[in-house]
Write a protein that binds this ligand. Sequence first.
Ligand SMILES: NC(=O)c1ccc[n+]([C@@H]2O[C@H](COP(=O)([O-])OP(=O)(O)OC[C@H]3O[C@@H](n4cnc5c(N)ncnc54)[C@H](OP(=O)(O)O)[C@@H]3O)[C@@H](O)[C@H]2O)c1
Length: 295
Amino acid sequence: MSDTLLVTGASGHLGRRVIHHLLQTLKVPAGRIIATTRKPETLADLAALGVVVRQADFDDSASLAQAFEGAQCLLLVSTDALDRPGRRLEQHQAAVAAAVKAGVKHVVYTSMPQPEPGSPIPFAPDHFGTEQALAASALTWTVLRNCWYMENLQMNLPQVLAGGHWYTAAGEGKIAHISRDDCAHAAALALASAATDKVTYNLTGAAAYSTAEIAALASDVFGKPIAVVQVSPEALAQGMTAAGVSPIFVPLLVAFDVNTAAGNVSAVSGDFTKLTGRAPRALRDFLVENRAAFL
Ligand SMILES: NC(=O)c1ccc[n+]([C@@H]2O[C@H](COP(=O)([O-])OP(=O)(O)OC[C@H]3O[C@@H](n4cnc5c(N)ncnc54)[C@H](OP(=O)(O)O)[C@@H]3O)[C@@H](O)[C@H]2O)c1
């Protein structure tokens, strides 16, 4: 196993943890890892360890030929460019095309659960389109359909804990949250495994919980009561707007609940354990370990 492994978006939360797992968990020599980012100066610590750091911006196709040169396996970390519908798909398509041109053999991609047409999630077409671009390419690939990160709960659970109420339009729908670090571990393994096939893994936690079940868990862990209030998607949007949530985010946040209510993120898969040989982090453990971030 002597392929050169490339990780895009290496300064992001996920990208950094993937590099960590390549170096520390899988003991891949630093010189066999290429870390690309729009801001190479932010990866000086990795360069000091011997990781090859290069500049790459999916908005700048010209930067990608040099950046991807010499890599056999590439982890394409989906970007956070959600400002214009379709922009992110264009970025990912540019990255796939550049990978083919550079002679990359295998691409690992971070997708989402059930991104097929009809998903209520506004950015699902970016992921589905990228999966389609890989399928249409000459590459072999591993698609990692990462369920929602446990870290996402840090966006609303602190306010819920402070106010005591959780307004939701998710009904009895469940989410099989997985920690971002587990996604990073699985991505590192998929990248380093010298895969030569075309495979999709659904990465989820070991259990799925409804909003009421997450609230009960959080109440127990943090010792604070939470009343779950089920509302319609329209009422949730109105409440968020009245609470000052940016109009840009309201439709996205409501869509997450509609998607959950539809059961699109509830399936529990054994793929994480199949890839890593261990159980994924449990939600209770995540809440306990990150107590300070929630209170
Ligand atoms: N499953 C979930 O619940 C969930 C939650 C949040 C996000 N996500 C997705 O997973 C990805 C990784 O998550 P994260 O937590 O690491 O997010 P993050 O810290 O916000 O990272 C954003 C990533 O996008 C990259 N990026 C942005 N613009 C780019 C461009 N023009 N060209 C190349 N790369 C670009 C960044 O790379 P550099 O800054 O190094 O260039 C960085 O790796 C996100 O970008 C998003 O697509 C999933």
